[in-house]
Design a protein around this ligand. Structure first.
Ligand code: ATP
Ligand code: MG
Length: 567
């Protein structure tokens, strides 16, 4: 492709309203344009990258036994009523009506449609297992569409659904997908980790996320330095080593803490360690007030809390509600004498001679002993794991890192097949429900994640496997016949050798062309200049290295082929 013919509207200036680097660079590199909040057009360079990612995903899905199908984007309400999700999905679902006022939605996901189809056409255990997938736009009216393609409202997803006769079958399908996903991210050339994840509202109990490591990532993951344990912080288990129960503790004492509310203020005022504070948070859980206790130096994990209580709706009580329930303001609340449900993190068991709010503004209690001064209704693992904690598997040390969730695999079990009464006849002619799994990859998010992981101050550094073009040819001066002749020849030879080449034939200054080549991230740049031409050489530069080298003109095709792994 010649740049004079390519729609590649690169920008010099930083675009406004972009918060993350991938968004900035995608806009500056002339790859995407915003049409509405969270809705984008993919221009030619982006489209090529997406096609490459799609192709790798497709090949690995097919290799694992997947069959590609095309499911409708517009879906009737009736299907979603069957699973109960028409209500449950809430505002994230794009809803519409047809001319007869019948309800439809734009598919945010496809469990309902696929389950109905398989139920209608698959009747026997002999037809299972079945792995069906599609690669298509998904629609989710995210509360906060942001970070460009990372959290969009229309985005591309590959979703595969597995149908098996039983749990053992599901185990096999799940494992196939696990390995196929690992192969995909390996081939994409990205640093990634597979982590145990919370399966939350989708159901089932086993789920893994594939995380592309990047400092800017929204996901926090921990992994062990000794074994292969890795988990999303939402899910990571905290280890609590039971200590001997302390019974000796001075009697409770009320201390004056004027205006001190936060853990930091109270500990500074009293001169004590935050680990000696019992932090009390009031939550409304399905309309019932709960006091949640957690050590002062820890963070509550709301996902663990919600799962433990099997809550549908849960929120932290606002000031006026806290006052009504406890008689005190937020920051002066404590478990002693509190007449509501009390749920304590495991670590609270190990505390003694602690401090907590006195349920009276400006006062705290000292010498608090859990078990003596208050008895929680239950102890549970409720805190966020932190770097430095012990590994729940091997007691090694946990390390933390940030990343972007690009893939998510779930064991669904019979959640949808039961709700929709979808099943098959087993060997004995008995009807049974399909045992299902679902497996997603955010194709357009992968493109953004790759940029978050691989860029520098000058622009994108595409991994070879997904670069829009593998090589860019830059003649320093298109007014120079010799340079143009060499460029045209290399352009032809490289294309004939099967290389994807961009030829910058614009009448621009060399500096401008170099800047664009770096910005759009083409892995290899061949520069044709007067000095090297005299020696029958051209210059080749790898985007990820600072130095360039001179190569004989007649060797350049071989050098390029070996650098892109084709030789
Ligand atoms: P998140 O926690 O980021 O909202 P999710 O759990 O809703 O993700 P899934 O329903 O598991 O995501 O979707 C599968 C994949 O689709 C995700 O792993 C992610 O790569 C991608 N994805 C989900 N939501 C978006 C979005 N709004 N924009 C772009 N990609 C998305
Ligand atoms: Mg989501």
């Amino acid at each position: 492709m010649r740049t004079t013919q390519l729609l590649m509207p690169t920008l010099r200036e930083e675009p406004s309203d972009t918060e993350v680097i991938s968004h900035k660079l995608l806009v500056r590199a002339g790859m995407i344009r915003k049409v509405a909040g969270g809705i984008y057009t993919y221009l030619p360079l982006a489209f090529r990258v997406l096609q490459k990612i799609t192709q790798i995903v497709r090949e690995e899905m097919d290799k694992a036994g997947g069959q590609e199908v095309g499911l409708p984007i517009v879906q009737p309400r009736e299907l979603w009523d069957q699973s109960g999700r028409w209500q449950l999905y809430g505002d994230e679902m794009f809803r519409l009506k047809d001319r007869h006022q019948r309800d439809f939605c734009l598919g945010p996901t496809h469990e309902e449609v696929i389950t109905a189809i398989v139920n209608a056409d698959v009747h026997s255990y002999r037809d299972l297992p079945l792995l069906l997938y599609q690669i298509q736009d998904k629609f989710r009216d995210e509360i906060r569409p942001r970070f460009g393609l990372m959290r969009a409202r229309e985005f591309i997803m590959k979703d595969l659904y597995s149908f098996d006769v039983d749990e053992d079958g599901l185990d096999i399908s799940y494992r196939k997908m696990y390995f196929a996903y690992s192969a995909i991210f390996e081939r994409l050339g990205l640093d990634f980790r597979v982590v145990e994840a919370d399966s939350g509202a989708i159901g089932g109990n086993v789920s893994h996320e594939f995380i592309v490591l990047a400092r800017s990532g929204e996901s926090l993951v921990v992994y062990c330095d000794q074994c292969d344990y890795a988990a999303n912080v939402e899910k990571a288990e905290a280890v609590f080593e039971p200590v001997e129960t302390v019974t000796e503790c001075p009697p409770l004492e009320t201390v004056y803490t004027p205006g001190r509310k936060s853990v930091a203020e109270v500990t500074e005022f009293l001169g004590v360690d935050p680990a000696r504070i019992i932090k009390t948070l009031i939550y409304m859980v399905d309309d019932v007030p709960h006091a949640i206790l957690i050590r002062g130096d820890r963070e509550l994990n709301e996902v663990k809390l919600k799962n433990y209580l099997q809550a549908t709706e849960m929120f932290m009580a606002p000031e006026d509600m806290v006052k009504e329930i406890t008689g005190a303001s937020i920051g002066s609340v404590g478990p002693v004498g509190l007449k509501i449900k009390i749920l304590a993190d495991l670590e609270i068991q190990g505390m003694s001679d602690a401090f907590c709010g006195a349920n009276r503004d400006d006062y705290h209690l000292a010498h608090v002993l859990p078990g003596r001064d208050f008895v929680p209704d239950a102890y549970a693992d409720l805190r966020n794991v932190e770097a430095g904690d012990s590994c729940p598997r091997c007691r090694g040390e946990l390390l933390a890192t940030r990343g972007i969730e690009v893939g998510h695999i779930f064991k669904l079990g019979t959640k949808y097949s039961q709700a929709m009464d979808a099943g098959f006849l087993d060997e004995d002619g008995v009807k049974r429900h399909f045992v299902m799994g679902c497996y997603g990859i955010g194709i357009s998010r992968v493109m953004a994640a790759a940029i978050e992981q691989k860029h520098d101050d000058d622009g994108i550094i595409w991994p070879m496997a997904i670069a829009p073009y593998q090589v860019i040819i830059v003649p320093v001066n298109v007014g120079d016949e010799q340079q143009v002749e060499c460029a045209e020849r290399l352009y032809r030879e490289l294309q004939e050798a099967g290389v994807e080449v961009l030829y910058d034939d614009r009448e621009e200054r060399a500096g401008v062309k170099f800047k664009d080549a770096d910005l759009i991230g083409i892995p290899l740049r061949i520069t044709i200049g007067p000095k090297s031409l005299k020696q029958n050489k051209v210059e080749i530069k790898k985007r990820w290295e600072a130095e360039s080298e001179l190569v004989d003109q007649d060797k350049i095709v071989d050098v390029v082929l070996s650098l892109i792994g084709k030789a």
